[in-house]
Design a protein around this ligand. Sequence first.
Ligand code: ZN
Length: 259
Amino acid sequence: MISASVTDFGQLTTARGNCGTIGDTVTNCGMVPDSVQLRQPVNFLVVQTSPETSMSPEFQQRAAELIDAGRLLYSMGMVPATSGNFSARLKDNTLAITVSGRHKGHLTPADIMLADATGRSLDGNRPSAETLLHVQIYHRFPEACCILHPHSVNATLLSLLADADIELRDYEILKAFPGIDTHECKITVPVFANDQDISRLATVVATRMADTNEVFHGYLIRGHGFYTWGNSVKDALRHVEAFEFLFDCEMRRKGVSHE
Ligand SMILES: [Zn+2]
């Protein structure tokens, strides 16, 4: 059994900032209920439920979308080996999330499992080791309904070259992110030190993102990869592609290319 403690996941407030607003509407998934007590220790206890629970049409639809996303990101070289993890939040606030250790380019429905809002397994499978990072993002961004975490070459290298947060400014493709309608803008991408203690890392992320007046669309983990999210799987994929383009541009500006 994996056991971890979660201490502080920030505020349940929609962020606003100098690039506009994010999440103007809560769309196709539920809000974080008051019953989610993230200050309590989180144990990945296996809770057996009836098989029908994970076979709901909504679960199957989100699972199919995550499987397709895995194929696409693998074809782009962004989830090598068994790296990365994906999730979608359902209307009842449960999570469809990739099972630990599965290859994201060859996912099948059996590789997507059901967890509760705290990351606790509801179907006997073991969720990704980084599930607590998903839980933190869903708690901090109530409008988020999908999280994608690739390990791309550009994200990995750029995070190793960065001394502090990365600022991306004046790029037309920034308009791929919600609330941005001009290139005359900048977004900040925090860079966190990698940590095998995911509970501790989740707390560091939550602390950095505690200011709800600051807008975030994703973050990097040094030498590891990046996280981004959206109101749907489609939105999250658009953000992955935008970030990957931006990270590639930044690498080339630094005179570094992996091609
Ligand atoms: Zn990872």
